[in-house]
Design a protein around this ligand. Structure first.
Ligand code: HAM
Length: 519
């Protein structure tokens, strides 16, 4: 049997989108575009500019900002070592162990392998294994020494640990620092849209590749800010409220109904505010530990605030008896929270207070908020956000305040679809039914002119009988069929058929454009 015949019999593998990822297809993508266009328009009216950030970032950026104990960082990131090409592969020695060690040392010198503690330790181990390897040369234990050398070689990190962005706030802060944005007029208002990645268990409204539309306001803290603390507090509260107002304006403009905005203040990390509260909460949780599930029991140590987030039915009664942060806020945080609520009321934004709203990312302080929408089942949070003063500093930048949000675009679209707000399949304006060589040339020209005027035109690539062409026009949802045969071309009078009622009219080319434009 020839090679070709073997290949023919093998069934080619059928590829499918990776679990938790999906294709977005027309006509749904028209809705995505409309939503994104509305975001561009609404955010611009609030003075925001668009930032486009790389999907790939250093893993450490997320670990440091979102928090190593959070689900997002601990379990859900797509992380890998960004290996440099052209460096020796320890699994396949085409070169001797000596040459291998030399190559690694060269690569470290050249900056191709990072000088990290892990790598320096690995190199030391590699060198001592090399000595053992030489000592045992030509003995029976060479093989074992070689294996140990390979293991030591595999400990070297041949590149940076990088991750697909699970969110964008950390990356925006990184960009703020990298581009010295503290020198631009403050505050800096940025928005973004794009794919994010989290390895979560997929279900309705929860994907591994999902899309966010988000916005962040960053503001360098002036060195004399402490002198006028009440004014600073009032300013922050007004910014928080305006960010939320922008968000609600956007939801209103895209036609999302049934939204519910919940707000809370989680204080700040200083001693007598959140830290004091967390200690009281932990003490109370220890008392009731036996009544809690394993997740909450674990969180008593790692992050007691997250216990408040629990959806477990059996824990709800206990959670209701726990101390509430609102009763433990320091004076400044309490004043800030009161001012945010007042500012929201001034803007006519309706909110609900939820003392259990703590959010799953570590960088928040003071204001936190979440918006739920209808038709989403258990994954009903369509947006989350909050204030994160200090995050930029934590990432090596100057003292900076921050507040922002991210909308889950997939969920927003789902909710719009469930409420019947999705546009139907977009049909063509004109289907050109042509027959004959001369008519073909005229049809090509007509298509060009109509498209230039902004109409959606379908031009069949080959001649079709008029009956078949009209059937095709119908299937594509075309409004009109432009019929071009020999007669039409020689008379210069084209036939336009209105497909809903079958009526026909004869028009010159300028008359046709005029007629269509007036609709
Ligand atoms: P987040 O709450 O982790 O916040 O995500 C924001 C929104 O993204 C969620 O409310 C949800 O609608 C959507 N989302 C999250 N995970 C998924 C998923 N697996 N599938 C579908 N949608 C999802 C943040 O990401 C913060 N960076 C928000 C922020 C900006 N805070 C301040 N600035």
């Amino acid at each position: 049997m020839s090679e070709g015949a073997v290949k023919k019999e093998e069934k080619p593998r059928k590829f499918q989108a990776i679990r938790g990822t999906r294709d977005l297809l027309p006509p749904e993508t028209a809705l995505w575009n409309r939503v994104e266009q509305t975001a561009h328009e609404v955010f611009a009216t609030f003075g925001f500019g668009e930032i486009r950030i790389p999907i790939l970032q250093m893993t450490d950026l997320f670990a440091r900002s979102i928090g190593v104990e959070t689900d997002v960082v601990a379990k859900e990131m797509y992380t890998f070592v960004d290996e440099m090409q052209g460096l020796p592969d320890p699994a396949n020695f085409a070169i001797s162990p000596d040459e291998y060690v030399d190559a690694v040392q060269e690569a470290i010198k050249a900056g191709d392998i990072q000088v990290t503690n892990t790598n320096l330790r690995a190199l030391a181990r590699l060198k001592s294994q090399l000595e053992i390897f030489h000592e045992r040369a030509n003995t029976q234990s060479t093989e074992e020494a070689q294996l140990k050398f390979r293991i030591a070689a595999s400990q070297i990190q041949f590149g940076d640990s990088i991750s697909l962005g699970p969110e964008a706030t950390a990356s925006v802060c990184r960009a703020y620092i990298e581009h010295n944005m503290q020198q631009s007029p403050q505050p800096v208002k940025l928005y973004y849209m794009g794919p994010m990645f989290r390895r979560e268990r997929p279900q309705k409204g929860r994907y591994r590749q999902f899309y966010q539309i988000g916005a962040e306001v960053l503001e360098a803290i002036r060195s004399d800010a402490a002198k006028d603390a009440p004014k600073e507090l009032a300013k922050d509260a007004a910014i928080d409220a305006e960010v939320i107002e922008m968000l609600m304006t956007f939801f209103d403009r895209v036609g999302l109904t049934g939204t519910e905005l919940s707000i809370n203040s989680i204080g700040h990390s200083a001693d007598n505010c959140r830290r004091g509260y967390v200690e009281k909460l932990r003490a109370k949780l220890i008392e009731v530990k036996d009544k809690l599930g394993p997740d909450s029991q674990r969180r008593i140590e790692t992050n007691p605030l997250r216990v408040l987030d629990s959806k477990l039915e059996s824990e709800q009664g206990i959670i209701a008896t726990l101390p509430r942060i609102a009763d433990h806020l320091c004076e400044d945080c309490a004043a800030h929270y009161a001012a945010v609520k007042h500012q929201l009321e001034m803007r006519g934004v309706i909110y609900r207070e939820n003392w259990r709203l703590v959010r799953g990312l570590d960088y928040y302080m003071r204001t936190t908020f979440e918006i739920t929408a209808k038709g989403l089942g258990s994954q009903n949070a369509v947006c989350g956000g909050g204030r994160y003063d200090g995050l930029v500093e934590l990432l090596g930048g100057p003292p900076t305040k921050g507040i922002g949000f991210a909308i889950g675009e997939d969920r927003l679209i789902l909710s719009l679809q469930e409420s019947g707000k999705a546009p139907a399949q977009q049909g063509r304006d004109v289907y050109i039914a042509w027959m004959g060589e001369r008519a073909h040339a005229t049809a090509i020209r007509a298509a060009k002119d109509l498209r230039k005027a902004g109409f959606s035109v379908e031009l069949p690539p080959v001649e079709q009988k008029f009956g078949k062409a009209l059937g095709q026009a119908d299937k594509l949802g075309a409004k009109y069929a432009l019929i071009l045969g020999d007669n039409e071309v020689s008379e210069g009078l084209w036939t336009l058929k209105t497909l809903v009622d079958g009526s026909q009219q004869k028009l010159t080319e300028p008359q046709l454009l005029d007629f269509l434009r007036k609709l």
